[in-house]
Design a protein around this ligand. Structure first.
Ligand code: FES
Length: 276
């Protein structure tokens, strides 16, 4: 059986949902106040992939020193393992926060991704207390576990689109195109329109019309089904990301990428938009 087939089976393993849902509910209620911090909204970039570099680098370095460093490198191994273990904690917390916002196949694969990485962390931590020969074996096993976890994490990003900007491949009209009859755009009501093949959320306050891509960059939620508050930010109905209508910036996570903004005007009784 190939790796893809194996992951396909894992994605369909509904038996994992009971435990996943319970853990995700607990994680979401625990990290909710720190969602923007943990997801990277403040950085305008997903945080978890950045934080994984240090533990993976430290632990890979420790194993390479085990294999090729000779006796002169022995003293450097434990500090590398310890630093990797410390750095793994924020990486794990930000990853758990991201994972708790996933569903179905992504959540099942993410559960095993997390389990593999936590197993790796446990093995590397145990190596700090083990004798020389056992410690080397534990580190090798730890690196194998972390590599398996990394493979699954890569599949989540590149195969399932978790963590990518869901607006990245959208076509956006660069010239003015009709989006909606102007008299159908009600005051203070998020409204879905189609403009040159793009889904656009329109919102009117008096004579000012705001237009954002309707596709939430976090996981493609429909922004027109969200609510707009007094600060003129729309809240996505799926996971609660907030975007400023004026410039699309994400002001609350889990989204880290901005929502695409359009210019809007009324011409000949039509609301027209074009990409900024
Ligand atoms: S789809 Fe997740 S916050 Fe919008």
């Amino acid at each position: 059986m190939g790796l893809r087939e194996l992951i396909g089976k894992l994605e369909g393993r509904e038996a994992l949902d009971g435990v996943s849902d319970r853990i995700a509910g607990f994680v979401n209620s625990t990290v909710k106040p720190a969602k923007s911090l943990l997801s990277g909204t403040w950085l305008e970039h997903p945080l978890h992939p950045l934080l994984t570099d240090l533990p993976i680098g430290c632990w890979s370095g420790a194993v390479i020193l085990d294999l090729f460093g000779g006796s002169g490198a022995v003293d450097a191994v434990d500090p590398l393992v310890g630093l990797g273990a410390l750095a793994a904690v924020p990486a794990a917390v930000s990853g758990l926060s991201d994972w708790a916002d996933s569903y179905g196949p992504e959540r099942r694969v993410g559960l095993v991704h997390a389990a593999a990485n936590l197993t790796g962390l446990g093995l590397f931590a145990a190596s700090l207390m083990a004798g020389h020969r056992s410690a080397r074996r534990l580190r090798l096993l730890g690196l194998a576990a972390v590599s398996a976890g990394g493979y699954l994490g890569g599949h989540l990003s590149f195969g399932r689109g978790v963590g990518v900007d869901h607006q990245a491949f959208l076509e956006k009209p660069s010239d003015w195109v009709d989006a909606l009859d102007a008299d159908r755009l009600e005051e203070a009501t998020p409204t879905l329109a189609e403009a040159g093949g793009a889904r656009v959320m329109l919102y009117r306050r008096g004579t000012q019309i705001y237009a954002l891509s309707d596709v939430c960059p976090h996981a493609a939620g429909p922004l027109h089904e969200g609510s707009v508050d007094d600060q003129l930010c729309v809240t996505c109905p799926w996971h609660g990301s907030r975007f400023r209508l004026s410039d699309g910036r994400a002001v609350h996570g889990p989204a880290s990428a901005p929502a695409a903004v359009y210019q809007a005007r009324v011409e000949h009784g039509k609301v027209q938009v074009r990409a900024v």
